[in-house]
Design a protein around this ligand. Structure first.
Ligand SMILES: [Zn+2]
Length: 390
């Protein structure tokens, strides 16, 4: 091959680190940190609680003013049980494609950003670029959730953010958010011949689940709707349930997991509040009339935030120009973009090379053509940051 993309060696290097979310990402982070240090760039690491993983934040160019943040996650989904034709953690270039876990989702974007560092510094930046590389995106955005708390306190915050998830360089301004709750139903145990003396936790769980199902059907029929989303209404489901000890015992406990995948403009707390109120005001009084300590307990996990960027935000037109696009859209998959937008207040879009259809699959790949288009995107961004101030 005559004109390989300049980022190819770094793409190969990054794919070579097995950063499956359950593993540490520190070897990759260490590599990036050393690479940047060679150019005199300081990095800030934000570790997880055990110090096994880290987010990396770095600024290329002047540190006294707001710049443009390029964000990507360093972790990848597992290859367990997938039939790969090559080693998933050794990049293979074949037929105009780079095969390897993370090639599309989303190590190529990170590699392209890194590959441009030498020429950015040679030319000199008037507007800084900030790199925000996270861990554990694939398992609940855990890394970025810690990173944004640090970014909130930074004296100089990025003025805009581009999350380089694979959109084939489409400019994405919105996606759904997800709220997950584990519901514990506390009942009262009794012999199964004495049902009136017990509080059947499974049956009361079913009552609440039925209410949720009716609510979800109402959202599907009556909206609100967002026709830019592929599933244009908010959905909800129960995906896991367990309870009871024996067929002849009135069960004292039952737990289930529910999730709400809500439209960008919908507040999931308002929706969830309706469920909580129904449990408290309609179902619980009946339970407590038999056993005062019976009732519902809601264990909420930090939500995956929706992205809901106003199409009139300057970042939208700016990134369209970089990507050579004249339209924007919304996607069905979630990203860390909502965290930057909602927790730090940075106008954010999702735009990166590669196709989400190849993500998470065996023989994941990115085409060399997409990598080149990603480099063209970066070259236009480099022209901007080396000549203009925000
Ligand atoms: Zn991803």
């Amino acid at each position: 091959m005559t004109n390989n993309p300049i980022s190819l060696p770094i793409i190969q290097k990054l794919i070579g680190f097995d950063t499956t979310s359950r593993e540490s990402n520190l070897e990759l982070i260490d590599y990036v940190q050393q690479y940047l240090a060679e150019f005199g760039i300081d990095t800030r690491l934000v570790h997880d609680e055990e110090g096994r993983k880290a987010n990396l934040y770095a600024t290329v160019g002047p540190t006294d003013r707001a710049g443009i943040c390029l964000s990507g996650h360093t972790d990848v989904v597992p290859v367990d049980g997938q039939a790969w034709d090559s080693d998933p953690f050794e990049a293979m270039v074949k037929d105009g494609k780079i095969f390897g876990r993370g090639s599309a989702d989303m190590k190529s974007f990170i590699a392209i950003a890194l590959a441009f560092v030498p020429q950015l510094l040679d030319r000199g930046l008037k507007t800084p670029l900030h790199f925000a590389f996270s861990y554990d995106e694939e398992v609940g955005h855990l890394g970025a959730k810690r990173l944004v708390e640090v970014m909130r306190e930074m004296p100089v915050k990025p003025a805009m953010c581009i999350v380089g998830e694979p959109t084939s360089l489409g400019v994405i301004i919105g996606h759904k958010g997800k709220k997950k709750v584990r519901v514990h139903v506390h009942g009262h145990e009794a012999h199964s011949s004495l049902t009136h003396e017990g509080v059947n936790a499974i049956e009361y769980a079913a009552r609440l689940i039925t209410f949720m199902q009716e609510l979800a059907r109402k959202w599907q029929k009556e909206g609100p709707f967002d026709e830019d989303c592929d599933v244009p209404f908010t959905t909800m489901q129960v995906g896991l349930i367990s309870g009871g000890t024996a067929p002849n015992i009135v069960p004292k406990s039952c737990s289930f997991n529910m999730e709400i995948r809500h439209l960008p403009a919908v507040d999931p707390e308002v929706l969830f509040d309706e469920i909580r109120r129904h449990a408290r005001d309609v179902i619980e009084p009946e339970m407590k009339s038999v056993a005062p300590d019976a009732g519902f307990e809601f264990e909420e996990t930090p939500p995956n935030l929706a992205l809901d960027t106003d199409p009139d935000e300057p970042v939208v037109a700016f990134v369209k120009r970089l990507a050579g696009q004249n339209k924007h859209g919304k996607v069905g998959f979630g990203t860390e973009a909502g965290l930057f937008q909602k927790r730090v207040g940075i106008p954010t879009v999702v735009c990166g090379p590669g196709d989400i259809a190849q993500a998470h699959k065996p023989n994941e790949f990115i085409t060399l053509d997409q990598v080149r288009k990603g480099e063209e995107f970066m070259a236009r961004l480099a022209d901007y940051v080396c000549t203009e101030t925000l």
